[in-house]
Design a protein around this ligand. Structure first.
Ligand SMILES: [Zn+2]
Length: 229
C-alpha cells in the first residue's frame, strides 16, 4: 500500500493527529478522502451486503455477494458486477457504499472506498423501557427507515435479546455496534440493496431526532411565553 498524502485541510489535520472522528462530526465536516478513515479507524471492519441472487436448487434464491447486470451492446451482452459494502469501527460509526465494475474484486474495492467516505455516527442508547440499564446497547428510540418500496421499523430491545433481524441487517448492526434490536420489515425485502439503504435511512433519522426534539421543545416554550403575555 502506498503512503497516503492528504490533499484536503481535513486530511492534513487527520494525518497530524489534530482531529478525532467525533470532532469531524461535531464540527459538521465532510470526509472527502478515504485516507482520513484509514488513519482515524486503524482497525476498520468491513462486510459485504449480499445483493446478488441466483435461483437455487429446489427453488428459492441463493444469495450471492455481488449482482451481475447485463446491458445490450452492438457486439452482444456486456456484463458488469455491482457490490455493496459496509465499513465502520464496530462501535458507533458506520458507512455504506455501492459500486459497479467489470470485475468482481474491483467492484468490491470501489464500494469499500465509497463506504469509507459515507461513514457517519450511529446514535445508540438504552431505549428499551423494559431494560433501563443506561448502556448504549440498542437504539435510543423506535424509528422507521425507507428506501424505494422497502420500509424497516427498528425497535429498541432490552439487553441480552440479541439481533432479531435478518442476516444482512445483522452485519450492519454488528459494525454499527448495536447489540440488541427488534425489527419489522414492510414491502419487498427481495431488493437487498434497498433494505440495507433503509437501515441507514433509519440511522440518519435517529441522528436528526435529538436536534428536532430540542427545536420543538424551544418552539413550545416560545408559544407558552406568548400565552402568558
Ligand atoms: Zn438497556
Amino acid at each position: 500500500m502506498s503512503e497516503w498524502i492528504p490533499r484536503t485541510e481535513l486530511g492534513k489535520l487527520a494525518a497530524k493527529g489534530e482531529i478525532t472522528l467525533d470532532g469531524i462530526f461535531t464540527q459538521g465536516k465532510k470526509i472527502k478522502e478515504a485516507g482520513i478513515i484509514d488513519t482515524l479507524i486503524p482497525n476498520l471492519q468491513t462486510d459485504i451486503i449480499f445483493i446478488g441472487g441466483s435461483p437455487g436448487k429446489g427453488g428459492g434464491i441463493m444469495r450471492t455477494p455481488t449482482r451481475r447486470t447485463a446491458r445490450m451492446h452492438r457486439s452482444g451482452r456486456r456484463y458488469r458486477t455491482q457490490a455493496m459494502v459496509i465499513a465502520g469501527n464496530g462501535d458507533g460509526y458506520i458507512g455504506i457504499g455501492m459500486s459497479e465494475s467489470v470485475e468482481n474484486r474491483k467492484a468490491i474495492e470501489k464500494a469499500t472506498e465509497a463506504a469509507k467516505l459515507n461513514i457517519m455516527p450511529v446514535r445508540r442508547g438504552c431505549g428499551s423501557w423494559e431494560c433501563a440499564c443506561g448502556e448504549p446497547h440498542t437504539i435510543p428510540y423506535e424509528v422507521e427507515g425507507k428506501a424505494g418500496s422497502v420500509r424497516v421499523k427498528l425497535i429498541p430491545a432490552p439487553k441480552g435479546i440479541g439481533l432479531c433481524i435478518n442476516d444482512e441487517a445483522k452485519k450492519v448492526m454488528r459494525i454499527a455496534g448495536i447489540k440488541d434490536i427488534w425489527s419489522k420489515c414492510y414491502g419487498s425485502s427481495k431488493t437487498r440493496n434497498n433494505y440495507a439503504l433503509a437501515l441507514f435511512d433509519a440511522f440518519r433519522k435517529i441522528n436528526k431526532m435529538r436536534t428536532e426534539a430540542k427545536k420543538n421543545h424551544d418552539e413550545v416554550e416560545e408559544e407558552n411565553t406568548e400565552v402568558e403575555m
